[in-house]
Each structure stands twice: as C-alpha cells, then as structure tokens.
Design a binder for this molecule. Sequence first.
Ligand code: ATP
Length: 483
Amino acid sequence: MANKTSDTMDKLVSLCKRRGFIFQSSEIYGGINSCYDYGPMGVELKKNIKDLWWKSMVYERDDIEGLDASILMHPTVWKASGHVDGFTDPMLDCRETKSRYREDQLLVYVPLSGEGLLYAFPEGYPERIEKKLRKAKVDTTEYQIQPLTEIDKSLYSRLVGPDTDEPGTLTEPRMFNLMFKTFMGPVEADANIVYLRPETAQGIYVNFHNVREAGRQKVPFGIAQIGKAFRNEITPGNFIFRMREFEQMEMQFFVRPGSDEDWFDYWKEQRLKWYERAGIKSENLRFSEHGPGELAHYAKAAFDIQYQFPFGWSELEGIHNRTDYDLGRHEEFSKKNLKYFDQDSQEKYIPYVVETSTGVDRQVLVSIADAYEEEEERVVLRFNPAVAPMKAAILPLVKKDGLAEVAQNIVGKLRKQFRVFYDESGAVGRRYRRQDEIGTPYCFTIDYETKENNTVTVRDRDSMAQERISQDRIMDYLVDRVL
Ligand code: ATP
C-alpha cells in the first residue's frame, strides 16, 4: 500500500470527479467557490451515510424523534440564538492579493531578536511557508511561532502576509457576520430581512414542545434533524471540508438539569461507537476538548471528534453541553413558556441540551479518505458495505449466448432492494477495477457455467477472492453482508 502523502487530497478530488462522486458547482461557468454538486455515486454515498445516522438515532431508539424544519425562520430566532450579534469571525484581507483570512487560523513567525519582519502563514501549510522563508534567507531557529491573535497590531506594518513577499499588506482584523441574508416578499427593506439558517439546531429548539407533545415524549428525549445550513465562510477550502452551503445532521437531547454531565458522557461514547459502525478506522479519530477560552458563549462543555484528514487533524463533529441557554433565550424573546413540567418529580424547569452536531459533507469526505487505498494494480475504495454507493455489480462474461439475459434477470430482482450496477462492456478484469474505484463490495459474474449449473462467481472487493454460489442465494448473500 502506498503512503498517504500530501497530494492525497488532489487524488481524491480527481477520483471524485472522474467516477461521479462530486463536481464543482456551476463548473461550465468556471465554478462557484466552495459549492459542490454530488454526482450519481456521491448522491448514493451521502444518502447511505444519512440513512445510517438516522437509523441509529431515530429507528433504533424510543427516545428520539425526527424533524424537518424549514430553512427560513422568523428573524428573531437568530437574535435569540445570538447569531445576529455573535456569529462573527474576525477576518483580515491582503490588500495586494485580495486574499481573505480568518484571524484565528493564522500563525506567525516572530523574530526572537524583536527586530525585522514577521511572517504569517495559515495553519496546516508549513511547506509553503518554509519555501518562502528559505527564499527570504530566514533562519527559523531564530524565530518563534505565535498565533496571530497574540500579535500586537502595531507590528502589522512589519508583517508579511501568507501570499506575498512584502510586509504591510494585511489589514487589521474586522468582524464579519457569517449569515446569508435575503428578503422575504417583494420589498427589499430591513423589516423584510430573513436569513438562511446557519445551523439546523434552532429549528429543533423552537419546536421543542410541538415535538414533545406530538411524540408523547418525556424528558429525557431527543430530536434529530438532517438538513442544509449556510455560512458565508471567510476561508472556505479543502474541497468539501468547509463549504458555504452544506448539510448537517444534528441531534439535540433534552435532559433534566443536573443529569446533563452524565448524558454528555453517554453521547460522547455513543457517537464514537457510531463511527465504528460506519467503518471509520479508529486510529483516525480522536476527541479534542475545547479549553475554557474556546468554549462558545452558550456551552458548559464541548468536545470535538476530530478526524485525521489528509491535511491534518480537524473537526468532524461537535458534542456540546448547551445548558438551558437556547430554550431560555427563546423563552425570553418569544415570551412563551418553554418550561417543562416533570410529572414524576413535580418540578418545572427549562431542560438542558446535549447536542451532537456533524456535517454530512465532512462525513462524505471522511468516508472517501478513510476508504481510499492505492495498491500496485488498482485504486480501491474500501467502503463499509452499508455506505457503499453500489452494493453489487452484475457482470455477464459476454453479451451473447443468453448470458446478458440471465444477468438482467438477476438485476431485475436485486433492484427491488439494492442499488446495483449492470455492466456488460469490456474485459471482466477492467470491469472489476471500475467497481473497485467506486467501492462496490461484490461483483457477480455470469458465465457459461451459470447456464449449466445455475451458479455465479462472486468476487470480494477487498480480498479479490472468488467463489461460486448458487444464483438463488445472491439476494441472501447481499442481505447478510451489505445491510
Ligand atoms: P469550524 O470550527 O470548522 O468552523 P464549527 O465549530 O463552527 O466548525 P459547528 O458550528 O459545531 O462547527 O458545526 C457542527 C458541524 O457542522 C461541524 O463539526 C462540521 O462537521 C459541520 N460544518 C460546520 N461548518 C461547516 C462548513 N462550512 N462546511 C461543511 N461542514 C461544516
């Protein structure tokens, strides 16, 4: 197996395009930054990931209900949630290159002597900065690295931006609201401003009592939702890792105050187990705790589940103890009673919320990156069969002599339950390779022996081993292995 190197991302992006997983949005017009379209394979993979999450959250439990709230909400929701005032990132621009950076994502080489130029660079790009420093004949042993947030603004005149060689081109950081605004109705006036939701969670909070009553639930219980969210990210990038339009899978679990810490630990454990089930390698996952300085204003505790992406460890999911902040704020702003009356204890309280929140697109990227392997003779995506876009390929050895008809007959039966691929063109070896590249776990080949004794060859994607099984067993074979 080849080493995963820094060009892995380029290879993944190109495979995704070639095999119909992910395309740049509006490509024929030159594309639009940080928006992507899912092609025939991508849409299946994404759907399977969502189904697996939904199954574990909603189908397999009694204490979580589903919801699909609208993207446009009453604008006061976003005042109550703190997004109108607080959903901002400090960002700075380079006057020369017009690049834009998030202040908290830049690091700086600062000369120990206190004299000379300072060099800013984005986290995760040491190679590029090292090249630049060599060119400028900078001896890095005489520098220390500090976050830009700690650099005094008076030093900006000596600061060289990440994409230039001259100092003084970076502006001071300015606050930038990440919400997309639009107008509801024909009049473009302030009174008609609405926002594209930057997270799905608020749709859950404002429906807390609706869902609780309709679902006849008692605290503790949860509400799960999958849906689009929009953020005007300052520095989108790394393919589908940071997009401006993306999809979230969020589950908000409402609990009695005082039991929140136990539930928080419970959900941390559950979520890690889910990744195991989704087939993600455990050595590529880790928890990272938010320190006191990093905690969001509403959170009592927060852990990220990070994944070791080809560009480094980064957030995949957030697990947050949001306290009674959200429901409390909605009670204050809506003037509606959002308290819960606990019949068992006769107490009235605003429930605490333990949230698990992850991005579907990041899950897609993780699934592909984790499954990707280069072998001597092939590239293979070793997807967990549950998320693989195609569950099986049905391949007649040749089209003639009735083999194609037998194969089509099998396809017709399997299609009632599984997404399967029919391919009758080219050498069988080449057809196997094509399936390997989209991660199809099993290939069934129909040959002359099939006509004699009703058996087919099944080839396993991972081991490439082949065995013969009876044609009548194909359905059960798949049911046992890919669901
Ligand atoms: P980051 O620090 O990376 O901006 P965040 O802490 O703001 O992320 P949350 O608000 O906790 O993220 O969102 C929950 C999840 O939604 C993230 O863990 C991530 O999987 C996903 N997500 C957030 N922003 C984006 C985005 N711009 N593109 C794709 N997925 C995203």
